[in-house]
Design a protein around this ligand. Structure first.
Ligand code: NAP
Length: 522
């Protein structure tokens, strides 16, 4: 058993007592402990602001990109050890562990490249210009620019249990490229991967002092002590998100907060799609992956499956056939397709969530809630069905965070976006159709309620990523229940860590000061 230390103010340190236990969810054995009792976390915030921030802001975009490249390469070299840690602590199969770890490596590499590109465009400039100078009055010399400068505070990153590597990296990449140091906090129950990842980065990536700090364990009331220049990047449940929104810093000092929370993601099969077509098979493949990948513990997993009523039985049959082939068990053994849920609490919550859905008229049409292995926190894939999607309530309001999804037949294209909207804000909606008319009715009407739409159709059936896969070039986040936040999306992801300022004045002075590109009429 190991003790996970925190990395604060340039040193590894451990709390004194009140340890939390980390467990292997496949066999319930305790594998590690950690505590933050007695650690001076406020000093770590100050260290980031006073030491890490100035160091990062002195670097050009190209230099920050080079730092991200070193981070990505260091993790790549230690990939196998991180994958093993994910199997041990998250109960992830090798494929699921790679999804998290490779996602971290790839996202850092993506932002490293963006740093290189911004470096080539901006040269020594440490801020970003948004557009050109715009005339504000009739006077030709008086104009206005918009600039983005790095915030001078610290980014407190609080992550969920399900993506200890990618969750850390997707936030770190944007913050570092934007010039803001981070204090990152993984969920305590699965902190092993993040601990090992930061160990690697500290040893091998030559990160300037104060740029990256790690807290293993609870952060207590730390969010109440943040300043106006700081930011909170949070991923987790809607309940914790609501608590953080009420932090004194957010309420009284306008500390910026971004929330990535629960989501009742939807998949919609078009009325035009016939059984046996390319798009039909793509739909079934995607549903099976979303239900079982990471044992369904993905914020982007499909929870609601909307299908034309005439196809509901055939979809149920085809998906059940796929799920029947899934071998559930200890992911450290050969031939296992799906591991356990990450903690005893997750299993309990998932079982309670299924009961809640059943009490509201959903019936199980595949699987059951018994633990198929006995020991550990295992749950088989479960497919539910509710035949009256419009009157159903719980399925549109309660996220069961496990290998669980519900078939909901719909009647007529116009009903589909209305049903998507019942989720009150999702991270992703996937729509499968080759019919322009159907897409005209459904796509943009659904866009209002979701952060991302993946369109599956015949011609991209063998090219498309799964709806649950977050790509760094596209934004991730969603309105309403999904938290109302937005991260990633290439350069867009840097904005959260920067301040936009309008600058007005004499065009010739501002052009020179801001290094604005020469205009034709100048
Ligand atoms: P959680 O219980 O809300 O915990 C998330 C994080 O918040 C953990 O690091 C936790 O630390 C921390 N935390 C809890 N109370 C806090 C407080 N008062 N102040 C500061 N930090 C606090 O969520 P989870 O169980 O880890 O994750 C599952 C949920 O996350 C699901 O609902 C899922 O939909 C959502 N999720 C969303 C996304 C997304 O991108 N939208 C991605 C992944 C997961 P401790 O572990 O130390 O308590």
């Amino acid at each position: 058993m190991i003790t996970l230390k925190s990395y604060l103010c340039g040193a590894w340190c451990e709390g004194n007592g009140g340890d939390a236990s980390l467990v292997n969810p496949s066999n319930e054995e305790v594998i590690a402990r950690c505590s933050t009792k007695g650690l001076d976390l406020q000093a770590a915030l100050a260290y980031a602001r006073d030491v890490g921030g100035p160091a990062l802001r002195a670097m050009t975009f190209a230099e920050r990109g080079a730092l991200l490249k070193r981070m990505s390469s260091a993790l790549h070299e230690s990939r196998e050890a991180l994958v093993d840690a994910s199997t041990l602590n998250n109960g992830a199969t090798r494929g699921d562990a790679k999804f998290d770890v490779d996602g971290a490596i790839g996202t850092l590499a993506f932002y490293a490249k963006l740093g290189e590109k911004l470096g080539a465009e901006q040269g020594d400039r440490r801020f970003l210009l948004e557009g050109g100078g715009e005339p504000l009055t009739r006077a030709p010399r008086f104009c206005g620019y918009h600039v983005w400068t790095s915030r001078t505070g610290v980014a407190l990153h609080i992550n969920a249990f399900n993506f200890p590597a990618w969750g850390l990296a997707e936030k770190a990449a944007c913050a570092i490229l934007a010039g803001v140091p981070i204090l990152t906090k993984p969920a305590t129950s699965t902190a092993l991967v993040a601990f090992k990842l930061v160990e690697v980065l500290v040893d091998k990536a030559a990160i300037p002092a104060g740029v990256l700090q790690l807290v293993c364990g609870s952060v207590g009331d730390l969010t109440d002590h943040l300043l106006p220049e700081d930011v909170i990047g949070f991923t987790g449940s809607a309940n914790t998100g609501a608590t953080l929104r009420r932090s004194r810093s957010v309420v009284e000092r306008s500390t910026r907060i971004n929330i990535e929370a629960d989501s009742l993601n939807a998949a919609v099969l078009g009325e035009d799609v016939e059984a046996g077509s390319e798009t039909w098979h793509l739909f079934i493949r995607h549903l099976a992956t979303e239900l079982t990948q990471k044992s369904g513990q993905k914020c982007t997993a499909t929870r609601r499956i909307f299908v034309p009523r005439r196809h509901a039985d055939a979809i149920q049959e085809a998906l059940s056939e796929r799920l029947a082939a899934i071998r559930v068990g200890d992911p450290s053994h050969e031939g296992i397709d799906m591991g356990p849920l990450a903690t005893a609490q997750q299993l309990k919550d998932a079982q309670a969530g299924i009961e809640l859905l059943q009490a509201d008229g959903c019936r199980i049409v595949f699987g059951n809630t018994a633990n198929p292995v006995g020991k550990g926190y295992f749950l088989s894939p479960i497919l539910l069905r509710h035949d009256d999607a419009m009157t159903a309530r719980a399925v549109h309001a309660h996220e069961v965070f496990g290998p669980v999804s519900t078939i909901l037949p719909y009647d007529g294209a116009a009903q589909a976006p209305a049903l998507v909207a019942r989720g009150e804000g999702t991270l992703v909606c996937s729509i499968y159709s080759n019919d322009k008319g159907f897409l005209e009715t459904v796509l943009l009407a659904s866009a209002t309620w979701t952060g991302r739409i993946l369109l599956g159709s015949d011609k991209v059936a063998d090219q498309t990523t799964t709806p649950g896969m977050v790509m760094p070039a596209s934004i991730h986040g969603g309105p309403g229940r999904a938290g109302g936040g937005e991260v990633l999306g290439g350069e867009r992801g840097l904005r959260f860590y920067m301040q936009r300022t309008a600058i007005q004045g004499d065009r010739s002075i501002l052009d020179r000061l801001l290094g604005a590109p020469k205009r034709d009429d100048a």
